[in-house]
Design a protein around this ligand. Structure first.
Ligand SMILES: [Zn+2]
Ligand SMILES: [Zn+2]
Length: 338
């Protein structure tokens, strides 16, 4: 992407495997909400030109002489965060919030090419039989996995997820897989709500048709309401309603990426002992958990895929999401047959 909304396809040399790098023949790339911010020129930490692509699957076609754990022919995805390894978060188990973090496709070159070379430490193996389309969706699922782990034990909990886009859907499926007793998603988009039900979510509420609090009291009980609320929408009305429908002692997990600075009622949060929990991206273990959940058949990824474009139509993938978000869930770009 040479400027917002402008993509050029260029011929570049095929990278070689040196030292601890492996070369991956890219199969699929997912396009996500953050990519659309870059497409609109509204991503605060990305400059142009940039090669995008951070949700990816592919096959290893070459390995460098120092590579230990990966071999030619492995089916893989890539953990796209490049951390410094020396700052406070990095040395305290939180490299995903590294002070000097670079993410593939935003602050450093992404995977939107036929072949991509990267250190084996970023490579996560997929099970042999896993569909490459699903392999490109492990990254957004890992976002959901981390969000759920930040919330703590979800077993037997009643859970509300505000926002039924790909991340909200995957958070909902993850809490179901981890034993939540009842899961409700809310949105204004009927396609997204239908997809949630198709994925086995218990209740889908269209807040254009029914007040959220009415649905919560009916489904969760007026006293107990939701034990945990995930904000996967990232707009002011979402966080406002999360706080207003919480009961005393609910937890709110902020998963969505916000534009601007939303307001919340801190007096209410204080009085009701509501905990607000942040979660950012994922780490290597979250990728492994995501792969295990898919391998165990606990997550329906097929239902989320609405569009697949071929590599030369890369710009169309962005246009589709930008212009018709109401009829779009996960959009993939197909690069190689693999
Ligand atoms: Zn993404
Ligand atoms: Zn760091």
């Amino acid at each position: 992407m040479t400027a917002p909304g402008v993509i050029e396809l260029r011929e570049v040399p095929v990278p070689e495997a040196q030292k601890d790098t492996v070369v991956v023949e890219i199969a699929y790339i997912g396009v996500c909400g953050s990519d659309i911010h870059v497409y609109h020129g509204k991503h605060p930490y990305t400059s142009y030109p940039v090669v995008q692509g951070h949700e990816v699957s592919g096959k290893v076609v070459a390995v460098g002489p120092e590579v230990k754990d990966i071999k030619v022919g492995d089916r893989v995805t890539i953990e796209p965060q490049v951390a410094c390894g020396t700052c406070y978060p990095c040395t305290h188990g939180l490299y995903n919030i590294c002070n000097n973090l670079k993410v593939l496709g935003f602050q450093t070159t992404g995977t939107a090419s036929d072949y991509f070379a990267i250190s084996e430490h970023h490579i996560v193996k997929l099970p042999d039989g896993m569909d490459y389309r699903f392999g490109a969706m492990i990254e957004p699922l890992a976002v959901g996995v981390r969000a759920v782990q930040k919330a703590g034990d979800v077993k037997d909990k009643q859970i509300l997820i505000i926002g039924a886009g790909p991340i909200g859907n995957l958070v909902a499926q993850t809490v179901k897989a981890m034993g939540a007793s009842k899961v409700m998603v809310s949105d204004v988009n009927s396609l997204r709500l239908e997809k949630a039900l198709a994925c086995g979510i218990d209740v889908a509420v269209n807040v254009k048709e029914e007040k959220l609090i009415v649905a919560i009291e009916r489904e969760f009980g007026a006293e107990r309401r939701a034990d945990i609320i995930f904000d996967c929408a990232g707009v002011q009305p979402a966080i406002s309603s999360a706080v207003s429908v919480a009961r005393k002692g609910s937890d709110i997990v902020v998963v969505a990426v916000y534009e601007g600075v939303p307001q919340v009622d801190l007096a209410y949060i204080n009085e009701c002992e509501i905990r607000i929990i942040g979660t950012a991206r994922y780490n290597f273990d979250d990728f492994k958990t995501a792969i295990r959940l898919v391998g165990d058949g606990l997550i329906n990824l097929e239902a989320l895929i609405t569009d697949v474009y071929e590599m030369p139509e890369y710009l169309e993938a962005y246009r589709k999401i930008a212009t018709t978000p109401d009829s779009t869930m996960k959009v993939l770009v197909h690069v190689h047959a693999s």
